[in-house]
Structure formats: C-alpha cells, structure tokens
Design a protein around this ligand. Sequence first.
Ligand code: PLP
Length: 381
Amino acid sequence: MNPTISINDSHRLQVAPLKIPTRLLLGPGPANAHPAVLEAMNTSPVGHLDPAFLGLMDEIQSLLRYVWQTDNQLTIAVSGTGSAAMEATIANATEPGDVVLVGVAGYFGNRLVDMAGRYGADVRTITKPWGQVFSLDELRTALETHRPAILALVHAETSTGARQPLEGVGDLCREFNCLLLVDTVTSLGGVPIFLDEWGVDLAYSCSQKGLGCPPGASPFTMSPRAMEKLQKRQNKVANWYLDMNLLSKYWGTERVYHHTAPINLYYALREGLRLIAEEGLASYWQRHQKNVEYLWQELENIGLTMHVEREFRLPTLTTVCIPDGVDGKAIARQLLNEYNIEVGGGLGELAGKVWRVGLMGFNSRPESVDQLIAALRQVLA
Ligand code: PLP
C-alpha cells in the first residue's frame, strides 16, 4: 500500500446480491434460454485446452453442421455475439477493393454495408421496401450489373419479419463466380435452412434466438470455395480476433491457444444444440411454424394485422402493425412493467409502426402465445 495515496471510495456501491425480474422474452432476441441450457451453463469451468473442453468443441462443430445442414469443415462458434460472427464473415472473405453487393431490405442489411465498407470493400446495394424480399430475377439483374465478388443477403430480417427465399441463389452466384454470404441470425433453428443444398458459402448466426441459449457464442461457417478465397488473400485478415487462419488452429487438430474461450457459454451452446438434435430438426422447425401460425390467428382474433405478406413471414419473428391512434411504445412498456412480457418496437423505417414479436427456441410454445394475447387483450381494451 502506498500511504500517500488514499483509496477513492466514491464508486464503491453497496449493492444487494443480483436480483433481476423474470421476463417472458417475446421480442427480437434474446429469447429465454431453455432451463437445461442454464443448468449446463452453471457447470464449473475447465481450461480452454482441457481435453474435456476440446471434446465439447468437436461436438459443437458437428451439431452446428447438423442445424445448418452443411458438411463445411470450418464450422465453429465465434466468442462474441452475432455481430462478431457477422464481422468474421466479412473480415475473412473481403479484400480491399472487392465488390460486395448487399441486399438491403432492413436494418441488418445496412449493418452489412457498414461492415464491408470498413474492410475496404467497394460496396454496392440493391434495396427493397422494408418487409419485402428480392426475387431471383432481381438478384440476377443485380449480379449482371455489379459483378460482385460476394453477394450478401439476410435470410431472416429481424427488423421486418421477412424471410428471404434462398433457393436458386447459390446456383446464380456460381454462374456469376461470386460467393454467397448469408445472415442466419434469426433463422438458425427456427426456419428451414439447407446451407449446402442452397450453395451458401459463408454464414453466421447467434445463440440467443432459435438455439435457445444466452448470447455470446455465435455460429460461423465457410465453404471450401470461401476457404479458397481466404487462402489466396494478398493481405492478412484485418481483424486479429476473427482471423480464421488463426482460429482454425484452435478449433482444428492443432489445438493452438488463440484466446480464452468463454467456457460456460460454450457449455450452454452445446446443450442448446443437443436439445435440438434430441427433438430432431424437422420437428423443431415444425414446432416454430405451428406456434407462429397460432400466434397470427390469435392476433387476428383481437383485430391486429401483420406487416409482411403471409408467404414471406418468418416463423421466428412477426411484425405486428400498431393500430392507428395506439401508442406502441406505451403498450410495450405496459406489457413489460405490468405483465413481465417483452416485445420489441420497430426499427428504422418501421419505427412507431410495428411491434416485433419473437417466438424462438424454448419460447416457441402455445403458452407464450396465450400469455401474450391475454395481456394484449387487457392493455388494448
Ligand atoms: N443480424 C440479424 C439479422 C440480427 O437480428 C442481429 C441481432 O438481432 C444481428 C445480426 C446482430 O446480432 P447480435 O445482436 O447478437 O450482435
């Protein structure tokens, strides 16, 4: 102790042990984690190079290949949230000057634009009103015009609730010799995805939505075509933490230390994935579809309408139009404060126009719908 310097106690809060209200998280994410996931997370940590942990990493890789329906060797979880995995796809696949074409029909398309620009890409965009999706013809015309190195699309635009169909897009990208990069943050687990069948080269997701986990360990995958581009780079990947050349030495057979993995988050992810494998992917997807259809029906029964055309609505996230004269923010606040139910508000173009209601992972249950509808009946009366 240095006797001449006294400790400043002005920030020394005397707070009570943690107490957080229990909420039903029916917003855009996070969703409530499955109780078994929280229990797994409570397991004591081991070292990040402990053989028991390395075995668990292998299991995560395999289970991620299952939920994504891919055989990609480089399939891992990035230590960070969905945005970190998003940045990993851009950082590894983009070289300065590359033309990156982004389909922007919502908030997260714009985030891809921002990120790709930061890595020196020559970013081009095609746009659609928020809530709509791109047709194959529109994508073909855009590829002909821009001749990009990468086409980036958001499979499930969380800001709008729209599902971008991906069938045929991979073939188109091969015809134009470009890579297909897809955001599956709000689709993985809840929306049918066949990465290899659809010819997706780079994809990322998160843990806190369809996988029923807390945020913090985010799926990432790249195809052999994308690996080839990575190996041919002229410059180092500009982001050390997300460089797959380094990370693959930790996740692959070499097992070289890269960073201290957030061990307990990986416990959680493994349990979330294990539960999906136990239930079976087809049944997991069907459950999401069945429960969201029940939600739409019940919302219609109380006089509410949906923003997105039925064919393109997501099973995981529904944008509900706020009726004229209703203060959407006040209603959301009331749901939270009086009913412990979280729903999201609109972003960007849809701010003040919609509520965003998520039914993801563990929360995709009829009871979630019943609880929300009962509360809405009260607050909208
Ligand atoms: N992409 C989409 C479509 C998202 O919905 C989100 C977050 O909700 C992200 C990316 C970013 O993920 P995170 O908030 O986990 O960083």
